[in-house]
Design a protein around this ligand. Sequence first.
Ligand code: 13P
Ligand code: SF4
Length: 346
Amino acid sequence: MSAELIYNDLKVRLAKLVPEPEIRIKAELAYRINQLKKEKNAVILGHNYMEPALYHSIPDFKGDSLELSRIAAKTDKEIIVFCGVKFMGETAKILNPHKTVLVPSPKAGCSLAESITAEDVRTLKKRFPGVPVVTYINTYADVKAESDICCTSGNAKAVVESLHTDSVIFLPDEFLAGNVARETGKHIIFPAQFETVARHRDSNIDYQMIGWNGRCEVHEKFTVEDIENVRRQFPQVLILAHPECSPEVVAASDYSASTSAMIRFVEQHQAPHYLLLTECSMGDNIMAAHPEKEMLRLCSIRCPHMNEITLEDTLQALLKTQYIIEVPEEIRVRALRAVERMLAIG
Ligand code: 13P
Ligand code: SF4
């Protein structure tokens, strides 16, 4: 597609969201990226949280963490450019050790991935011997390497149920764990209760899930009060909450699922308004694809890490082959087991 065609397409989609001169600049960048992508035999994967001009111009594949992991596992391209955050690039590298995986900014971290270390997991395994460890994909490779199986927001319940054990350690997202516990009817304990449980081992304190206190710095900000305010003003609104929101927020919403499932839900419903309780680019991206959908713009919460990924940096990533994701082989092979076990679940 020529720069002019990209510009025309973006202008139609983003007229209400991005000023015209910016669209012109972004279309030029997107054109150069798409040319380089072909020359370098690269594939670009774009997470649903990418900003709208990037999201609608350069990714070969767009999706949530699970979908993009599945695509990364199958690609035959030599270079994978992951327009997402570092843990996503690491997952692609775990699955493709002989390919070059690039994440366009070295600053694209994640508060959940930062919330737990491999040493924390080893300590937990000693404290709860024999209990399988389920680790959210939003973790670094060394944490995955200590785990039995990974999960994403799209399959967390299915992964926990697939284990058929009395209890599971579920790390590190306190809220995702709380939501899975609620859905599966399991009782969950968190670190503040570990000592009590250890002291009263004989008194049969009932728990089937063992959680951690990691939180997403974006999703923890949404409150039940936000929901009540919006429902008062827009009684017919459909409210969708990502499962990294608190169990109270999820319970007060109409739907909760992975980012891609949230997009599909909006596409398949006919409501006068929608409110997404997640990273706010998602609402912009839906509006750009479906101008007839009215997304309430009450949220201005951007993930600072996803926000690091720009068209400018993606161009530099391809030009300079930066920033290369590396995972030590000894960690990679152990993390691969946990990721592949997850991917084997339908
Ligand atoms: P999804 O897997 O639902 O896309 O979520 C990823 C994420 O980081 C949400 O904050
Ligand atoms: Fe991590 Fe939250 Fe950003 Fe997702 S939105 S990448 S969980 S900090």
